[in-house]
Design a protein around this ligand. Sequence first.
Ligand code: NOJ
Length: 449
Amino acid sequence: MAFQKGFRWGVATASYQIEGGAHEADKGLNVWDVASATEGRIFEGHTADVGCDHFHKVKEDVALLKELGVNAYRFSINWARLIPSGTGKVSEAGKNFYLELFKELKVAGIEPWVTLFHWDYPYALYERGGWLNDESSDWFAAYAKVCAELFGDYVDHFILINEPECFVGLGHFTAGHAPFLKLCVRDVAHISHNVLLACGKAEKAIRKAIARPVKIGTAQAYWPAIPATHEAKDVEMARKETFTCHHDFGGIGLWLDPLLKGEYPADYLAWFAENGFVPPEKDMEIIRSRLDFCGLNTYSGNPVKEEGGKAVYITPPPTVPKTDMRWNVYPEVFYYGPKYIYDRYNLPVVYTENGVALAEWKDLNGEICDDSRIDFLKRYLRELYRAADEIPVEGYFYWTLYDNFEWTEGFSKKFGLVHFDPETLERTPKKSARFFRTLAETNGEEIWK
Ligand code: NOJ
């Protein structure tokens, strides 16, 4: 077996991390613009005001994508660039910027996969209470409708929301990301519910606005539990733990069960109820959505074994390699992870993100020989290849096109296939960029060499 015909070999980016042009035309502020401007929030005071200057380099960047040989490109729309106040009037400059990108991609023969929201929440809406306001799901659905109407002719694949686990959990519960709040469980559960309602309403709004069938999915932060051994009891324990409520907002079941089954997992309901939040039953039919694929963002996972009927998490020995994010390199997440998802939801899987940050720099010859990134890709994709033999896997998007603004880490973490110099704004393909091109050309066969 090989990766299926028509498999997507893509790269992924997000508006805030690459666009720059933070204060151009009539663009509204978002919560990350404000974080960037706040002392102490971002590593060494980096900002994304200029970012990778993608806002001014659409043609150049599409040429770069073409050079990488990708057949698909995942990127996000900056809500406050398109609708500066979050609701109401559409910005001409914002609209034209995205139209130019869509047109260039079309000419290049690269399929756009559009994320509607990748964390850059309009500040004007934050000031109105943000996701805690019960109108927030309507604001999002109205924005999704605008995107569908303006760009629907170009887009066959929509991703509603990127990693709610992070912008809800880190953003509103543990204060690790914008808007840096530490709210109580009741409020964050309420926010989660509004985010789910937003997805449900947006899915329906997009299908209504676009007459032809389009594919809609999400992109979940998915760090599954992985079995410490291949023994059946560990495999089953890892599956169970992957969907268990660990009293945080990172569990994938919290997000996908309501969307795909129309119900919350029982353990989440119990945790929410203990903290005073009971999701209204009448909302569940609105949340329940017809999704076409499960988008997964997976970088690593957590090894677990079964002992006396209980889950025991394993501390990785020092032999397990760590990336520059200090994330463990566990390629087997790409075998067990997608299988657990497919077994539970029966939907094709797309890896909407995976990649590796390395401490690297241009050598004296001006080259970046990132052999470890190539090795990482081979190891993970060999496991995915195994999974693709058993379940439908439709695509793989490497995170990310070029080194970019890694949220609170600023430009210090380098995930790109292409090196980016924040001073000269120069883009230089790394050795892995050439490897990725061959991967795409051989539909993955290159992983065996
Ligand atoms: C998850 C996020 O979606 C993306 O924005 C981030 O840069 C990468 N993973 C790496 O941390």
